[in-house]
Write a protein of this length. Structure first.
Length: 563
């Protein structure tokens, strides 16, 4: 029994440690713990420092802007200016701005997400090699503020009436917004987790004097669930405030809200700058990692993809490029064998990320087609883009439940779901949410006076008898999927990244957003009546395939206790 528990601990260690040095120190820590301790003592996260909570303020602001801007942007792009309005405010009707239609609005939103998913690669490169995380975050804050000012200009009353000029300014604002978020996204999570003092297993006592084990994996999981909760608070505040500003005043006020909020972010970082634990940028590691990968692939390429895959899976793939196994090392190979192992861990985790592009098209439906679907339902005076707030609200509910009820409860039963299992369940939950949306769309077509062209009945809300709240179950399953797939993915990325490449690996975690949005572009022809049922079916099918793929491709590692 004790041996089994030690094997389970080894499994958890493999998942949560991204470097061989960390593995060694954690094994040393285990040596100081008896088998009875590992079997009987409760594992706790320890005290989370206040500096970690200070970091979450920046993520709250980012989610406030990102989600609010995306939702408001759908109406701004899709619907025309209401009659007699020069601000886009819809009051009791539908808010709108440029009148591009659902298909073009969806395409622009997907392109925006594609850009925001790609830009973190640049932000990570700058942080890891040149500026460090703190300075990169500060510069990113300033660029983001400028981006929001540009978006506000695009929606001013004397600009929005000229649709072509307004669209050009809006696209410039989105370009700058991507640069700003590109500096924030890959650096905020590593900065947060670097504040945690516990890096190895350690014996301690709780407030009641009971012996417990301080576990860094539990600490990372707990603080990321808190982090996700704070982020979704920002998301709810942003979407509610910006939607009502758009509905009753105009789009210019909606984009002024995140502008004001983001003014606080550089100030907060500056005030607490002396309290943060940060990693300094090192010598150019990205170039060395790419050269190492190129060297490891030498002689392994083949026009036959199956042969290439089998060559990559050979046991000596990484061992043969370790400096100790090379007689005359290249001049750029200034690292030791342990760093090769770190890069190997980083590449292994990126294999899991390869399934995320199939997941993101379903999530993208929240701010595009599900928002448009709400406009075809009985709103009772609510803005159609208000219902998307159910997603962050349910994320906010589920995060503490997982942190304090589900995960501790499973641990008490001796069940420790691996990261890949949690990610797979998250993808499956999202697929169920898409299935519900497809069923809802079917009933909308069945009961609409316009039949399978329900969007033509938007002008007369009395034409629909189905309440908008039929969307709630879909939001529940999608939110549950985010807590499982996204929070676990961030934890997995940080834990398995080389210490001097954490921002880069985190950027690679976000990069599938861009690939997923590129895949989402293939669904644009389905983003219109009467094809919307198939739109949700295909998006859900992608996510279901990702769920099976993650589970199947990591089954051997799970059996060995490594994933």
């Amino acid at each position: 029994m004790a041996k089994k528990l030690l094997d389970e601990k080894n499994s958890g260690r493999t998942e949560s440690s991204g470097s061989s040095n960390s593995n060694v120190s954690q094994r040393d820590a285990e040596d100081r713990l008896s088998e009875e301790d590992l079997r009987n003592l409760r594992r706790v996260p320890g005290k989370i420092p206040w500096t970690a909570y200070a970091v979450t303020v920046l993520e709250m602001a980012e989610f406030l802007s990102l989600h609010g801007t995306l939702v408001v942007g759908t109406n701004f792009l899709q619907w025309p200016l209401p009659a007699g309005s020069s601000t886009g405010a819809g009051f009791q009707g539908q808010s709108g701005g440029l009148g591009l239609g659902q298909q073009k609005a969806t395409a622009i939103n997907m392109a925006k997400s594609l850009w925001i998913g790609t830009a973190p690669l640049l932000g990570a490169f700058v942080a890891d090699q040149y500026l460090g995380r703190y300075k990169t975050l500060q510069w990113a804050n300033f660029v983001t503020i400028v981006a929001h000012v540009v978006l506000t200009i695009a929606a001013l009353p004397w600009v929005i009436v000229h649709s072509s000029i307004s669209l050009a300014i809006y696209l410039l604002g989105i370009l700058l917004l991507g640069i700003g978020f590109g500096g924030i996204k890959p650096n905020i999570t590593p900065l947060l987790l670097e504040q945690l003092p516990i890096t190895d297993l350690k014996l301690s006592t709780d407030r009641k004097g009971r012996r417990v084990i301080l576990d860094p994996q539990v600490a990372r999981s707990r603080v990321l669930l808190y982090f996700f909760s704070f982020a979704n608070i920002g998301s709810v505040v942003g979407m509610v405030s910006m939607v009502y500003c758009e509905k009753h005043i105009g789009f210019w006020l909606a984009w002024t809200v995140p502008t004001v909020i983001f003014l606080l972010c550089p100030l907060i970082l500056w005030v607490f700058r002396g309290s943060y634990t940060t990693a300094s940028p090192e010598s150019p590691v990205f170039g060395k990692a790419m050269r190492l990968l190129a060297l490891s692939m030498k002689g392994r390429w083949s026009w036959n993809p199956i042969r290439t895959y089998r060559s990559i899976q050979q046991p000596d793939f990484w061992d043969r490029v370790k400096p100790s196994n090379i007689a005359n090392c290249p001049t750029w190979m200034t690292f030791d064998d342990s760093w090769v192992d770190e890069v190997r861990c980083g590449v292994q985790v990126c294999k899991v990320f390869c399934w995320y592009p199939l997941y993101w098209p379903a999530v993208r439906q929240l701010s595009s087609n599900l928002t448009s679907q709400a406009a075809t339902l009985k709103l009772n005076g609510l803005p159609n883009d208000l219902l998307v707030n159910f997603n962050p609200i349910f994320c906010l509910i589920f995060s503490p439940i997982y942190a304090h009820v589900i995960y501790p409860g499973l641990a008490c039963l001796g069940i420790h779901p691996s990261p890949t299992t949690r990610i797979s369940l998250g993808f499956l939950s999202t697929a169920i949410g898409m299935a519900i949306s497809a069923v809802n769309q079917h009933f909308i077509y069945a009961h609409s006076l316009c039949g399978s062209h329900a969007n033509h009945c938007i002008a007369n809300p009395a034409d629909t008898k189905i309440s908008v709240f039929i969307q709630v179950p879909a939001y529940v399953f999608i939110a549950n999927g985010e807590v499982l797939a996204l929070v676990t993915g961030m934890e997995y990325a940080y834990a398995n990244a080389p210490s001097n490449m954490r921002s880069l690996v985190m950027a690679l975690f976000y990069f599938p957003i861009a690939l997923g949005c590129a895949l989402s572009q293939t669904l644009v022809p389905l983003s219109r009546d009467p094809m919307l049922v198939w739109n949700y079916v295909v998006a859900g099918g992608f996510s279901a395939v990702a769920a099976v793929g993650v589970w199947w491709s990591n089954r051997e590692k799970r059996e060995k206790g490594k994933s």
